[in-house]
Design a protein around this ligand. Structure first.
Ligand SMILES: Nc1ncnc2c1ncn2[C@@H]1O[C@H](COP(=O)(O)OP(=O)(O)OP(=O)(O)O)[C@@H](O)[C@H]1O
Ligand SMILES: [Mg+2]
Length: 265
């Protein structure tokens, strides 16, 4: 039991008719409502520029909605943020350039006021395939390696809410498969609530309990597809292929502006 803090208990996320209009007038997100059940993994897909990162940053408390609100277990995101129970792996891995890989990961523990844990840091470095690079600085890594370091940093605190924005975007296909196979056990085991933004429909279906599809900008939810596949999930199955098709059809309908709810209002 992790009795020391809320570890092991995921957070329920509530986004209530949240709209985001950036200064300058860009309509990024339009009256979006969704509930993420505690402990579940949700994938968020949608065309480039539709507001996925915006939504993720709003859930993280890094961006205020123009209208509507976001609550995590009924509280403002900042509350969870301050307690160090929320972790984000951004689309552009933001590692401190003067710190080594291991030191960047340790920093997450410091910021969450958790004790040093060299074993866990080493274990995560190995898990994301960065063995031998613990003392390397970000400048000495490739883009995909930096992303993997950022994933390790997000996981090291065993957060109650894990927000992953295209975490495997710059990682090669094979490593991506490996990560997708190895990493979910880390967050599922901890009961973490996970939101994963991805452009890979196959990955969304393989990793998530549910796939939410956003329309082109300004984003709004146009499909919410439960992924009923049993776990652990193998590579390919007819059922997975059918679910992937459902997600692709929703994306396609969104692009054509014919998705359910798209013409209303
Ligand atoms: N800080 C910002 N200031 C002004 N406009 C922004 C800002 N961040 C994003 N936008 C705009 O909001 C819209 C949504 O951007 P966002 O980054 O959320 O899209 P996305 O779905 O994550 O796209 P991608 O798949 O390419 O990462 C875009 O039109 C973008 O130009
Ligand atoms: Mg984005």
């Amino acid at each position: 039991m992790d009795a020391d803090r809320g570890v092991g208990v995921g957070v329920a996320v509530e986004v209530a008719v949240a709209t985001k209009v950036y200064a300058g007038g860009t309509d990024a997100l339009q009256a979006t409502s969704l509930t993420l059940e505690a402990g579940r993994t949700t994938a968020l897909v949608g065309p480039s520029g539709c507001g996925k990162s915006t939504l993720l940053r709003m859930i993280a408390g890094l961006e205020a909605p123009t209208a509507g609100r976001v609550t995590l277990d009924g509280e403002a995101p900042e509350v969870l943020q301050r307690r160090g129970e929320l972790a984000v792996a951004f689309q552009d891995p933001s590692l401190l350039p003067w710190r080594s890989v291991a030191q960047n990961i340790e920093l997450a523990l410091d910021l969450a006021r958790l004790p040093r844990n060299d074993d866990r840091v080493a274990e995560l470095i190995a898990l994301v395939g960065l063995d031998g690079f613990a003392t390397a600085t970000p400048a000495e890594l490739s883009g995909g390696m930096r992303q993997r370091a950022a994933i390790a940093r997000a996981l090291v605190t065993a957060p109650r809410l894990l927000l992953l924005d295209e975490p495997f975007g710059a990682v090669d296909e094979l490593t991506r498969h490996e990560l997708a196979r190895e990493l979910p056990a880390l967050w599922e085991g901890g009961g973490t609530t996970t939101l994963l933004v991805t452009h890979s429909v196959a990955e969304a279906v393989r990793l998530a309990d549910r796939v939410i599809v956003l329309s082109p900008r300004p984003g709004r939810v146009i499909a919410d597809i439960p992924i009923t596949l049993t776990r652990p999930r193998g590579a390919e199955s007819a059922e997975a292929a059918a679910l992937e098709r459902t997600v692709r059809d929703a994306l396609e309908a969104g692009r054509a502006g014919t998705a359910a709810g798209q013409n209303a209002g």
